[in-house]
Structure formats: structure tokens, C-alpha cells
Ligand binder design. Structure first.
Ligand code: SIN
Ligand code: MN
Length: 200
């Protein structure tokens, strides 16, 4: 089922359980080479999510600010983006000529959240951002292209895919909380979110 909320295209249940398991196995392959780390925000506080990435670029945050980087903090290049993730990108965006260069992987434990923000570190913000959710449900909040105003919230479950393009590409969004124990996909619980971005 596909619904559109404030320009965000939400594909509920895009991945069936077999596809979710296959996606999880692919993510584990990435994490084995590029372990999760907890980035520090420019204000010195640690983010509550754990992050890693695949692709030519990963995303880093530390006391010097936010940026894309071609290596993991341990100094090695990021693993390649798994094939089924690139296929999903082409399926939901229709973009076959351009692939994402970053697959950012965020892990939310029961206490993690992500404040309202815009995705605007990419060179050309005409390309959409695609988000894939696995594991526990997360309450996704969708706002506007400027701070403030009315927001709408929706629970994203395992296998849901969101396309942030058009008017939603620069809209504020965030994750207010995780519904711990709502999925059995991840044996230790929690939520994985993958975001696919064209960076350069
Ligand atoms: C993000 O905005 O980078 C993550 C969104 C999500 O976790 O659903
Ligand atoms: Mn974002």
C-alpha cells in the first residue's frame, strides 16, 4: 500500500518477511566490515543512534561538524552498497541511470531518537532520499521545508520504505521514539533504518 503524507511517499509493507531477512543479512555483511559507531554532534553530545554506512561515501559528525567522508572512522573505505539495496532504489524511484553513493545505516535502540532535521549535505538536492525500515517500529515525524508549522506522524514498521523527493526532499523529519518489542526481526530488538542518497 502506498500513501503520501506531506509529499513523503510511504510504501507500507514494501518488503515481505523474506525480503526483510535478506536485507538484514546484507546489512550484517556491511556491519561486519564497517562496525557501528556513535557519532558526536558538533555540540559535543553523542547522538543516540549508532551509525555506519556503505557506498563511496558515509556520513560523519564530530566536533568539526557534519560531512560526507570516504572512509570509516577506523580509516578503511566503506563496503559496497549491497545489490538488493540498489535494486530497491531503482524500483521505488524509477531512477536507473543514477545510483545512490551513500547507504547510511542507523541503529536505534529502545531509547534512541532523531531530532527534526533536514537532509541537506548533498550537492544536488533534486535527487530523492530513500529510507528503508527494519525491526521495531519508529514514530516518524514529517514537517515542512522551514522549521515550525504543523507536523504529521506515522509509525514506520519493518519493511516500510519512504521516498523523500519533490516537496518532501527538504522537509524537516525525525524519529520521536521506538516501539520496543514490536518486531521480532532483530533478535536483540531495536530498529534499523537505511537511507540511500546521491551525494555528489
Ligand atoms: C534519517 O532521517 O536520517 C533517518 C530517518 C529514519 O530513521 O526513519
Ligand atoms: Mn534525515
Amino acid at each position: 500500500m502506498k500513501l503520501t503524507v506531506k509529499g513523503f511517499e510511504i510504501h507500507k509493507g514494501f518488503l515481505d518477511i523474506a525480503a526483510q531477512r535478506a536485507m538484514l543479512a546484507a546489512v550484517r555483511g556491511v556491519v561486519a566490515q564497517a562496525p557501528f559507531f556513535r557519532p558526536q554532534m558538533p555540540n559535543g553530545k553523542k547522538m543516540s543512534v549508532r551509525m555506519t554506512a556503505a557506498g563511496k561515501f558515509g556520513w560523519l559528525s564530530d566536533k568539526d561538524g557534519y560531512r560526507y567522508a570516504q572512509t570509516h572512522p577506523k580509516g578503511t573505505p566503506w563496503p559496497e552498497i549491497p545489490e538488493q539495496i540498489l535494486e530497491l532504489w531503482a524500483q521505488v524511484t524509477g531512477l536507473t541511470q543514477r545510483q545512490p553513493e551513500c547507504c547510511l545505516i542507523n541503529y536505534y535502540d529502545a531509547e534512541a531518537r532523531m531530532g527534526l532535521h533536514q537532509d541537506r549535505s548533498e550537492a544536488d538536492m533534486a535527487w530523492p532520499v530513500v529510507s528503508i525500515s527494519l525491526g521495531d517500529e519508529g514514530l516518524f515525524r514529517m514537517g515542512n521545508v522551514t522549521r515550525g508549522g504543523k507536523t504529521e506522524s506515522l509509525w514506520l514498521g519493518s519493511g516500510d520504505v519512504v521516498v523523500m523527493g519533490g516537496e518532501a526532499r527538504l522537509a524537516y523529519h525525525g524519529v520521536d521514539r521506538i516501539r520496543s518489542g514490536s518486531s521480532t526481526l532483530l533478535p536483540k530488538g531495536g530498529r534499523l533504518n537505511l537511507t540511500l542518497r546521491v551525494v555528489v
